[in-house]
Design a protein around this ligand. Structure first.
Ligand code: FES
Length: 255
């Protein structure tokens, strides 16, 4: 086990306050909240944003990049777009100093991972039952193209509500990932339409990207009036949490 490393003088940090320190070569966000000190990896599990410079509200800190919140005491992810905990470390105050000892392993996941069947009080997204997962692991319900009605932009958006982010379990329309839908008559298949979907990701390195693209293509292509589907990834303007609908916010427990 690693040794405790002195990182600050007790009382040096305002309360509430935070700073970033180096412990055994790693950047650690050190927090001082309500008289106690806490240490987390200075890494947001969504896309690596810094936590030590984030806004502190009570025992929560918001990633300064896209706003995911983490519990300062445990590292648990409290709101999307982060769904995995960041690592929390041991802290003690001794000899007038604040000391941090790094823990090994990963962060302790929050209720996202702990509760597969019931929505917890914090409103975390819940893993669907295994039967609801697509063969690629995505949370896609069985496509129901005919239920969407005649092909138009609105019906394509309805179809796209069947495609869910595999980590957040919220559909990509309500997440605000769909920037545009364009229909053009197919030159190769008269009477059918070519569909182009402009989609963004919650981060450039979103690991769910290939799966979301594949599920989007399969779901829209199931409509009998569709000749082909193109998905274009658009990163401008970048996605932000305020693009989500109220339904998505409700499902994710964002308030
Ligand atoms: S990097 Fe932290 S919320 Fe995106």
């Amino acid at each position: 086990m690693a040794d405790f490393v002195r990182v600050a003088t007790a009382g040096e940090l305002p309360d509430p306050g935070s700073t970033v320190v180096e412990v055994d070569g790693e950047l650690i966000a050190l927090f001082h909240v309500e008289g106690a000190y806490y240490a987390l990896d200075d890494v947001c599990t969504h896309d690596g944003g810094p936590l030590g410079s984030g806004e502190i509200v009570g025992h929560k800190v918001a990633c300064s990049r896209h706003g995911a919140k983490f519990d300062i005491r445990t590292g648990a992810a409290l709101s999307m777009p982060a769904v995995r905990a960041t690592r929390a470390h041991d802290v003690k105050v001794e000899d007038g100093g604040v000391w941090v000892r790094l823990r090994s392993g990963h962060g302790v996941d929050g209720p996202v991972a702990q509760s597969p069947v019931a929505k917890p009080a914090t409103g975390f997204p819940i893993a669907p039952p295994a039967a609801a997962l697509s063969s690629t692991g995505g949370a896609v319900t069985a496509p129901s193209a005919t239920a969407a009605g005649a092909l138009c932009e609105d019906s394509v958006r309805e179809l796209l509500k069947q495609v869910k982010d595999p980590e957040l379990f919220v559909n990509i329309v309500d997440l605000g990932l769909i920037y545009g839908v364009t229909l053009t008559p197919s030159t190769e298949t008269p009477g059918k339409q070519q569909v182009s979907v402009d989609m963004t990701m919650t981060s450039p390195a979103c690991p769910a990207g290939p799966q979301l693209i594949g599920d989007t293509k399969r779901t829209v292509a199931a409509h009998p009036e569709v000749a082909g589907v193109e998905v274009r990834i658009v990163m401008e303007p970048p996605w932000t949490p305020d693009r989500m609908t109220d339904d998505a916010r409700d499902q994710l427990g964002i308030f």
